[in-house]
Design a protein around this ligand. Structure first.
Ligand code: SF4
Ligand code: SF4
Length: 431
């Protein structure tokens, strides 16, 4: 694709990178076939190829973009299915990240939209407040489940059961006398509020392997939510804090158990390339591992899954397309002794996509229905995934409980039954 950036524009790193991405696109359109929003809306403007045209025009022109362009970029899930499909190596992630940052900087959203976005981001990155809001939402949900649109989507995210509180200590020592490794575990934002049980399972598994786990108090959200909203300054601020604390803790690696965060942390070297301690950020990016990936590469564990559990595995887009880890979740769960089923159209996003399900509830809802139908058709007793976002998003559409891959591995290694499965069994017994 031809570009017409000026010499002056090309002095900016982000423009230079986007120009390189754009030049690789040959308009073949292969990517449209695997784009979830094109499948739902059937509009070229909601396909990768259509968006690439529009983003090129917006970036070349500079300044405030048209409302129409913003609408189509907002509808993109950043699932990166198009990047996996593209035969020309178009790095769509770099381009759409740049476009979102440009929109954030130059476009004035309507007041209601702006306030809703600010409210969601404010809440999600404050785990204590978020947990409190979920508890309050639990009391209110039965009366407000009829609400349409974004507020209905908010209510739909209130879980039936508020999970255990997240770990509170800064260090979790292994059972072995000598630790073989020392890793940092990302607190996260939504995971810190809703994924306490996932964190506890991760720590138990790592400790059994002789791995010391540290969770410095100064660390928190990885910055992905702000990054995807185009607020690069805030995303960098959060990333810088994490990088500084992890490097000060002298860890061998950084573990994430929400795969959406993994894509962002692995890219810290790029996010902080012009800002802060570049070397430390690049080190973190290079030494970050998603927990299922860590288990896949670790030779020293055995497990025996409980009998009768059939796992339907949903691979999050951040695993499959973001980090190139397709097949890893299934492999690890089989190694733990589970029977594992794949699902049809596994490469298509479930519609969760971070905060997308709150901002684009109609498209997200349609993708959720399709994904849930494919999971139900596969017919397991539990749905497993590496991403809490997908689990929470899909839970209300599924007849079976959802659990994180690492909770199932922990169970198969002698840990407790995942609380979501326990709750589902208790509910079934009472009927
Ligand atoms: S598949 Fe790649 S080269 Fe073809 S239109 Fe899509 S992004 Fe462009
Ligand atoms: S990131 Fe996903 S939703 Fe966005 S254009 Fe690519 S395939 Fe479509």
């Amino acid at each position: 694709m031809q570009t017409r950036f000026t010499e002056e524009q090309l002095k900016e790193r982000s423009i230079l990178e986007s120009a390189d991405v754009l030049r690789r696109c040959v308009h073949c359109g292969f990517c449209t076939a695997t784009c979830p929003t094109f499948q739902v809306l059937g509009d070229e403007a909601d396909s990768p190829r259509g968006r690439i045209w529009m983003m090129r025009d917006m970036l070349e022109k500079g300044g405030a973009p048209d409302k129409q362009i913003v609408t189509h970029v907002d509808r993109c899930l950043s699932c990166l299915s198009c990047r996996t499909t593209c035969p020309s190596g178009v790095d769509y992630m770099r381009l759409v990240d740049h476009a979102r940052a440009h929109i954030h900087e130059h476009y004035q959203r309507p007041m209601a939209d702006r306030m809703f976005r600010q409210f969601v981001l404010f809440l999600l990155v404050r785990p204590k407040l978020f947990r409190f809001a979920l508890k309050a939402g639990g009391w209110a949900a039965p009366y407000f489940s009829w609400l349409p649109g974004r507020f209905g989507a908010l209510i739909d995210h209130v879980p039936d059961r508020i999970p255990a509180a997240p770990p509170q200590k800064a260090t979790y020592a292994p059972h072995h006398e000598l630790a073989t490794q020392r890793v940092a575990l990302l607190h996260g934002c939504a995971t810190a509020a809703l994924g306490g049980e996932i964190h506890h399972a991760t720590i138990r598994v790592l400790n059994r392997l002789g791995v010391e786990v540290v969770m410095p108090k100064e660390t928190g959200c990885c910055g992905a939510l702000h990054h995807h909203a185009g607020d690069e300054a805030h995303a960098r601020k959060l990333a810088r804090k994490n990088v500084a604390a992890w490097r000060a803790a002298g860890v061998d690696a950084v573990i994430v158990n929400a795969s959406g965060c993994g894509t962002t942390v692995k890219d810290y070297g790029h996010l902080l390339a012009e800002d802060g301690d570049v070397e430390a950020a690049a080190w973190v990016g290079d030494h970050c591992m998603e927990i299922t990936e860590f288990m896949d590469q670790h030779d020293g564990w055995e497990a025996q899954a409980p009998e009768g559990e059939q796992v339907v595995h949903h691979t999050a887009c951040s695993m499959m397309h973001g980090q190139g880890l397709a097949g890893v979740g299934e492999r690890v769960l089989r190694r733990a002794g589970y029977q594992v089923q794949g699902i049809n159209d596994a490469h298509i996003c479930c519609g969760s996509a971070g905060s997308y399900s709150l901002f684009q509830p109609e498209i997200s809802g349609k993708l959720k229905e399709k994904k849930a139908a494919n999971i139900i058709q596969a017919g397991g007793t539990v749905m497993a995934s590496a991403n809490l976002g997908c689990m929470s998003h899909l839970a209300s559409a599924l007849p079976m409980p959802t659990a994180h891959n690492i909770e199932l591995v922990d169970w198969a290694m002698g840990g407790p039954m995942p609380p979501s499965i326990k709750a589902a069994k208790a509910k079934f017994a009472n009927h």
